[in-house]
Ligand binder design. Structure first.
Ligand code: NAI
Ligand code: NA
Length: 395
């Protein structure tokens, strides 16, 4: 079929298999061009199909020849209907990994459930024996709790007072004010239940109980801090409470891994265009200004460059460098004082009229559509494309 982008609200509901393959191939080539990494050998990536999780899977496999198991929640294709982009990304990743002789298998289902954990345990027992690293990179709006059965919904709201600021609809380029009403105590608890550390800890406990974690095991989850501009709705809002919880959970997990010399880390990553971040109010305007400044200064990084730097300059050093809270920081370039000052100045000037020149709105849009395999010059989107693509190692 001929596949074109179709957007609904913030998301794109179609995706292009060849475009997704290109985005995966670009990331693989980036990692291959950087040479071998002394990294993990048997890796489980939870949230492996897009964004930082996919970049972590690619870096593990093509940087340090890891065997990888990927867990994700993606929509398979149906005749005349495209799969979600994470499906096509994984199909491309596994095909190329297998051609290179690498072990790569995947599980598509709800990572929060007992069933998917059990299925993963069985697969590790059968194929790998033990795992030496788990990357936890889920971003989800909902979680059904495996013990209580309660379906928690996360929110992106300020705490204590109404938040009013600028935002952009990046599809139309319109900059306008939005106001977000403060959350309730329940919103905070629900957001922590979805995006906090409880499920991460459940995964580690489940695998440890079965003796599936090797000596010196590492696990890492991703967090975000960001600037003053977004603080009320991000780091000091409901999602920030969940990130506080996630960061605290790293210490709890580390305590539980003492007998196998294991350690849990949180890495604070840079703001990037992903399916998740596009849905957060205010963040797209911030990112379009940030990209402009970082590109001008020659320090812009995408997911794959971020994770490559995480592996080579942080996580696998003898001494892992962290901040005073014990967190790894790869948001250092985003948070540089000169960059933040410029973004704050541009923020003041940002309007529908000025944004195309003072911000990287086009770059934002291209990256957004790239997530779904669109806006690549190399691909002729007028041609017929096979939508029924299989993931070779899907369980
Ligand atoms: P993403 O939306 O690209 O990836 C989310 C992944 O989770 C996908 O693989 C998806 O299939 C999977 N997933 C979602 N619900 C699932 C479920 N119930 N069961 C199994 N898999 C499920 O998101 P992104 O942006 O890569 O986020 C990953 C982590 O990085 C999050 O913790 C996020 O807060 C963090 N982060 C993101 C930043 C950004 O600017 N995008 C910046 C810093 C941290
Ligand atoms: Na991810």
């Amino acid at each position: 079929m001929i596949i074109e982008p179709k957007t609904r609200g913030f998301i794109c509901i179609t995706s292009h298999p060849e475009g997704c393959e290109k985005s995966v191939l670009d990331q693989i080539n980036y990692i291959k061009s950087k040479g071998e990494i002394q990294g993990p050998k048997n890796v489980l990536v939870i949230g492996a199909s897009t964004g930082f999780g996919l970049a972590s899977r690619i870096t593990s496999a093509f940087g340090s020849k890891s065997a990888t198991i990927g867990v994700f929640f993606e929509k398979p294709p149906a005749p005349g209907k495209t799969a979600s982009s994470g499906w096509y990304n994984t199909a491309a990743f596994e095909r190329i990994a297998h051609e290179d002789g690498l072990y790569a298998k995947s599980i598509n289902g709800d990572a929060f459930s007992n069933e998917v954990k059990e299925q993963t345990i069985q697969l590790i027992k059968k194929d790998l024996g033990q795992i030496d690293m788990i990357i936890y990179s889920l971003a989800s709006p909902v979680r059904t709790h495996p013990v209580t059965g309660v379906r928690h919904k996360s929110t992106l709201k300020p705490i204590g007072g109404t938040f009013t600021n600028k935002t952009v609809d990046f599809h139309t380029g319109e900059v306008k004010n939005i106001s977000i009403e403060p959350c309730t105590q329940e919103d905070i608890e629900n957001t922590i239940a979805v995006m906090g550390g409880e499920d991460w800890e459940m995964w580690i406990n489940a695998l440890k109980k079965e003796n599936l974690l090797s000596d010196g095991f590492k696990t890492i989850a991703y967090s975000y801090i960001g600037p003053k501009l977004t603080e009320a709705v991000y780091r000091k809002g409901t999602i920030g409470k969940a990130k506080d919880h996630l960061e605290k959970t790293a210490f709890t997990i580390t305590d539980s891994l003492k007998d196998i010399n294991g350690k849990a880390f949180v890495s604070v990553n840079k703001a990037l265009v992903t399916q998740s971040s596009s849905a957060i109010p205010v963040i797209p305007l911030y990112i379009s200004l940030l990209y402009k400044v970082m590109k001008e200064k020659g320090v812009q990084e995408g997911c794959i460059a971020q994770i490559h730097r995480l592996y080579t300059e942080r996580l696998f050093l003898d001494e892992v460098p962290t901040d005073s809270e014990g967190r790894i920081r790869i948001d250092d370039l985003e948070m540089r004082a000169d960059i933040q000052e410029e973004v704050a100045q541009l923020w003041e000037q940002a309007s529908t009229e000025t944004l195309p020149s003072i911000g990287d709105l086009e770059g934002y849009k291209d990256e957004f559509f790239n997530l779904f395999g669109f806006h690549y010059d190399e691909i002729d989107y007028s041609l017929d494309t096979e939508e029924m693509v299989d993931i070779p190692g899907l369980q």
